[in-house]
Design a protein around this ligand. Structure first.
Ligand code: BTN
Length: 324
């Protein structure tokens, strides 16, 4: 097992004594470093936004944490087995999916999460962009290495959408709908989207990057007209850390079940939350559009679309628009 990074260890010790001071000596002993090294770590934590009191002869006390998606914050008390056991946090990147994809190529471990406060070139599906204003939303990408054929990956995207739905419900009490396979809607407006990218051969996945964007405290000026945010829908500021943790925890469970082939209950929940089953839709894909009646989601997470001539097709991916 690798040692915890020093900042994380210091925070852990300070958090374990919320009302008391932790002496410099105790920190030095635990980390096996000098006093001046401890001081440097305290300064680096302060520069990340932590408020730490220093009192002569008594030590240090943590009095405030930043509402930033820092790895130290996300991993604190995160109840997962696999997802987020390694978190890399950034202030600004072009796209967390691109960073995670590069890490995937370099052999980074499964479950690694790349998170950023903002993105300059956030990517959406079908070549669109995902507006990612700094400090307002959750923008992260999860690296996975399932030993499965590429055909099973669309179901994974749907399960990621279900994780977002569960987390939003847990934190806000609002129940979002899933617009198969990867959009979350509140009052018919998009609050979250998922972009899954993978590196694969014909019958073997090398790795998958599940990129999730959630509009949390995003204001209308940043959103497209069909978009919304949790703040707009609830009327209140939502702290991003508990929401992000809840999402990672929900996905951790669903991903474990997915690998074990146990997805019946999750798919039933997706059907119940579906915004499109039983309606007429157009499906936009890379090579064109199709129109039909959304009959069901099958056991592999594919959409069953019935055309006017009665023929039913299994759709594995696409962007849906509800017609009537
Ligand atoms: C869509 O709805 O079209 C998908 C949006 C996906 C956005 C997320 S934000 C984090 C990750 N990084 C990206 O560049 N895109 C995804």
């Amino acid at each position: 097992m690798s040692e915890k990074p020093s900042n994380e260890k210091i925070l852990e010790m300070l958090r374990s004594e919320p009302t008391e001071y932790v002496s410099g000596e105790a920190l030095c002993e635990a980390l096996r470093v000098s006093r001046s090294a401890i001081w440097k770590h305290i300064e680096s934590l302060r520069s990340l936004g932590y408020t730490i009191e220093a009192f002569p002869h008594r030590g240090y006390r943590l009095v405030g944490c930043p509402d930033k998606l820092l790895s130290e914050e996300l991993m604190w008390n995160l109840k997962t087995e696999l997802i987020g056991r390694q978190v890399l946090s950034y202030d600004m990147v072009a796209s967390t999916n691109d960073v995670a994809y590069d890490l995937g190529k370099k052999g980074a471990r499964e479950g690694t999460v790349v998170v950023s406060e903002g993105q300059t070139k956030g990517k959406g599906r079908l070549g669109r962009s995902w507006v990612s204003p700094k400090g307002k939303g959750i923008y992260f990408s999860i690296l996975l290495r399932p030993i499965l054929p590429p055909q099973s990956i669309p179901k994974l995207t749907l399960l990621a959408a279900l994780s977002v739905a569960r987390a939003i419900r847990q934190i806000t009490n609002l129940t979002p709908q899933i617009r198969w396979p990867n959009d979350l809607l509140l009052n018919g407006k998009k609050v979250s989207g998922i972009l899954t990218e993978m590196s694969a051969e014909q019958d073997r996945v090398h790795f998958v990057v599940v990129g999730i964007g959630v509009n949390v405290n995003t204001t209308a000026e940043f959103l497209p007209k069909e978009g919304t945010s949790l703040k707009i829908e609830t009327g209140s500021f939502i702290s991003r850390i508990p929401l992000a943790q809840s999402l990672l925890e929900a996905f951790d469970t669903l991903y474990r079940d997915f690998k074990e082939g146990k997805t019946d209950e999750a798919l039933e929940e997706c059907r119940k939350l579906s915004a499109i089953l039983g309606t007429h839709v157009t499906v936009e894909q890379v090579h064109g559009k199709k129109e039909g009646y959304a009959v069901d989601i099958d056991s592999e997470g594919a959409l069953l679309l019935r055309f006017d001539d009665g023929v039913t097709e299994r759709i594995l991916s696409g962007d849906l628009v509800k017609l009537r």
